[in-house]
Design a protein around this ligand. Structure first.
Ligand code: AMP
Ligand code: GLY
Length: 430
């Protein structure tokens, strides 16, 4: 089969790496891809090729697909999904994996998601949705100022402002609804009560009828150790987490997914793709903070290292509506992904630094270095953005996977590189 994978990050490198291991993969294109994807081979040593079309350029992507006729198109990031790439490609007779524009609203509109959760009894934070700053402030007052103020639309992961008192809540509401700091993404806001507890990522592969739950993973969203510093796209992940037993995970998953599936059916939403709820395990039970409508990054890196199925089979079943015929198999090994970022990320950083040591790291057993923001120039791999690499390792235990990931990290160098040294530490005894 010929495949086209859309996106250029660590998530997409992991997808390409896993798809290239399918015996049925004959050729893979990535748009636009990165230096790491361009080094993967399909069976028969057919090299993956990167094509210079951005993930948001729907018109050029469509022209490429109509000319080259991939058998399946796999969409990684949220932006093209919210722009309606699935609807557009399907209208043109192409087979594409991911939620359509209506279903992608679970991520592209926090107001839609919050109202949906309330309509269908999905456990979430006490919340209100507003476009009037005065009403928003009244609600924040009711919560004693302790709240999360969230811009409705996609805001590059920066649209959530955590407030601990009324002054902060007032400033956050003004920032989004009055000063329009997030532009059109902030025409409306969701205000949630501030919850407390460990946060985990859930993923479920969906085919419109069935939702099949993955094991747990945990991301580390803050830039600095001990969860200090600014919010980032994610500085590292591990899977599984010790916070839920298998039975508790199943119960939590069903408590969220059963009403979600029923709600989708009742509202005529056909969701094919990954539903990724961000969940807080509070003293009064698990609560959904938000839904994403795609694979997490860097959750995908740890999940796909542990997944034993052929990913191509699963994505095809997700499109065809035949997921119920598949059982997911996961390696009992643990996986840890440590992100190597550019110094200064997520604020100011420089690009174009030479990366060395990649071959030595790749030679370690049970290690895979997924590229995120990398580019290749004259056969040299250079940094090309904030999150540069996702150094991922498997181990018999979480401690072994963590040690292997950091061993690989220590072999890789580029100017100003920044890593958190405490990925998975929360799950390990001190
Ligand atoms: P979101 O994009 O909605 O997941 O929010 C980004 C981050 O803000 C989450 O990963 C949480 O760490 C934090 N957060 C969001 N909502 C809440 C909430 N209601 N209570 C506490 N923290 C929250
Ligand atoms: N791991 C965070 C995200 O993918 O949104």
């Amino acid at each position: 089969m010929k495949l086209l994978v859309i996106g250029s990050g660590g998530r997409e490198h992991a997808l390409v790496w896993k798809l290239a291991r399918s015996p049925r993969a004959r050729q893979i294109w990535c748009a636009p891809g990165n230096a790491g994807m361009a080094l993967e081979d399909c069976p028969g040593k057919v090299r993956v090729s990167c094509i210079p079309i951005s993930a948001e350029n729907l018109a050029e992507l469509l022209a490429f697909a109509l000319e080259n006729r991939p058998d399946l198109i796999v969409v990684g990031p949220d932006n093209p999904l919210s722009l309606g790439i699935v609807d557009l490609f399907e209208k043109n007779g192409l087979r594409i994996w991911g939620p359509n524009q209506q279903a992608a609203q679970f991520e592209s509109s926090k107001v839609f998601s919050q109202n949906f959760m309330e309509r269908h009894g999905i456990p979430t934070a006490r919340a209100g949705t507003f476009d009037d700053p005065r009403l928003a402030l009244c609600f924040a007052q009711e919560l004693g100022g302790r709240c999360a103020v969230k811009a409705d639309g996609l805001a590059f992961g920066k649209g959530v402002l955590i407030c601990h008192n009324l002054d902060e809540a007032h400033a956050a509401i003004d920032d989004i609804l009055v000063r329009h700091s997030f532009g059109a993404a902030g025409t409306q806001i969701v205000i949630q009560e501030l919850l407390d507890g460990p946060e985990i990522s859930l993923h479920a592969l969906c085919d419109g009828v069935t939702a099949t739950l993955f094991p747990t993973a945990q991301d580390h969203k803050r830039a600095l150790e001990s969860d200090q510093g600014l919010n980032t796209g994610g500085m590292g992940t591990y899977s599984p987490t010790p916070f839920l037993s298998h039975a508790e995970l199943e119960a939590t998953g069903r408590r969220i997914l059963d009403p979600w599936l029923k709600g989708c059916a009742a509202e005529g939403i056909v969701f094919k793709g990954i539903l990724y709820p961000g969940v807080m395990l509070t003293a009064t039970g698990p609560k959904v903070l938000e839904f994403n409508a795609r694979f997490g990054d860097p959750e995908t890196q740890v999940y796909l290292m542990r997944l034993e199925n052929d990913l191509l089979d699963l994505l095809e079943a997700s499109v065809a509506g035949t997921l119920a015929q598949h059982e997911l198999h996961w390696s009992p090994q643990a996986a840890v992904c440590v992100v190597m970022a550019s110094g200064g990320y997520p604020s100011h950083f420089t690009k174009g630094h030479v990366i060395t040591g990649l071959d030595r790291a790749a030679a370690l057993p049970n290690v895979k270095v997924f590229h995120a923001a990398t580019a290749s120039k004259n056969n040299t791999v250079m940094t090309n953005g904030g999150r540069v690499l996702g150094v991922t390792a498997l181990g018999a235990t979480l401690a072994e996977a963590q040690a292997a990931a950091y061993q690989a990290v220590d072999l890789i160098h580029f100017e100003g590189s920044h890593v958190r040294r405490d990925i998975a530490a929360k799950a390990l005894p001190c």
